[in-house]
Design a protein around this ligand. Structure first.
Ligand SMILES: Cc1cc2nc3c(=O)[nH]c(=O)nc-3n(C[C@H](O)[C@H](O)[C@H](O)COP(=O)(O)O)c2cc1C
Length: 215
């Protein structure tokens, strides 16, 4: 059964640009696989606990040696890693919060990244395509004054590729705050264009990746 892992992390439920664009990706993917499975992790509605000591130590001990606390902590890691490993495609929506990803998404990454399994020499989900929708209020495009402050795509590219071995693609709607911040009024047309482009890219990418799944 073709499976899509859909992750959202915007704290905003209605009016979130990243959520709108991940939904467009999902709709395009599902149009090709109407009977496909979508696992939706809404990290704002149902946050994942931070990785803590028992979850860390459990990752380096055999299951039969786990204490009750380690077993409980590792059960969540196991569930999240299995969701990643079982996915034919992944779509992740992330806002930029204070130049980087929301802590809810970082918590998911910390639980999922386990060297020797999902990360390391032979990552277990190696090659799985992941589309990241990274929405931001301003612009951090090459040449923009704020370019050096961009720690969303620069960070995710390193961690998703370099650690998890995934095939990463970014869709970046910019200037999303233009309509609400008077000082950004001049950027309203760019915001609309950037969002329209993002929706179009998401629909195309969703369809493209759905076609890669052998059924
Ligand atoms: C707590 C918080 C911090 C933010 N920090 C930044 C920032 O550093 N740079 C930026 O361009 N926009 C920033 N924004 C604006 C969001 O990136 C923007 O609203 C984006 O569209 C959020 O994604 P969403 O529409 O999916 O919720 C911030 C918004 C919030 C709520």
């Amino acid at each position: 059964m073709p499976t899509l892992l859909h992750i959202d992390s915007s704290a905003v439920a209605d009016g979130s640009v990243s959520r709108e664009v991940t939904a467009a990706f999902r709709a395009a993917w599902l149009a090709e696989h109407p009977d496909g499975t979508v696992i939706h992790r809404d990290l704002a509605a149902a946050p994942i606990p931070h990785l803590e000591l028992h979850g860390i130590t459990a990752g380096f001990a055999p299951a039969e040696a786990h204490s009750a606390e380690q077993a409980a902590a590792f059960a969540l890691r196991e569930e999240l890693m299995a969701e990643l490993e079982g996915a034919d495609a992944v779509v992740i929506g992330t806002p930029m919060y204070n130049f980087t990803i929301p802590s809810t998404l970082k918590a998911w990454l910390d639980q999922v990244i386990l060297v020797g399994r999902t990360a390391g020499e032979e990552p277990s989900a190696k090659g799985t395509p992941v589309t990241v929708v990274a929405a931001r209020g301003g612009s951090y495009a090459p040449g923009a004054p704020r370019e050096p402050f961009e720690f969303v795509t620069t960070y995710l590219e390193k961690v998703l590729t370099g650690m998890l071995g995934l095939e990463v693609d970014f869709i970046v709607p910019e200037f999303t705050l233009a309509a609400n911040v008077p000082a950004m009024a001049d950027f309203v047309p760019q915001a609309a264009e950037s969002k329209a482009q993002a929706l179009e890219q998401a629909a195309r990418r969703g369809k493209e990746l759905a076609a890669r799944v052998a059924v």
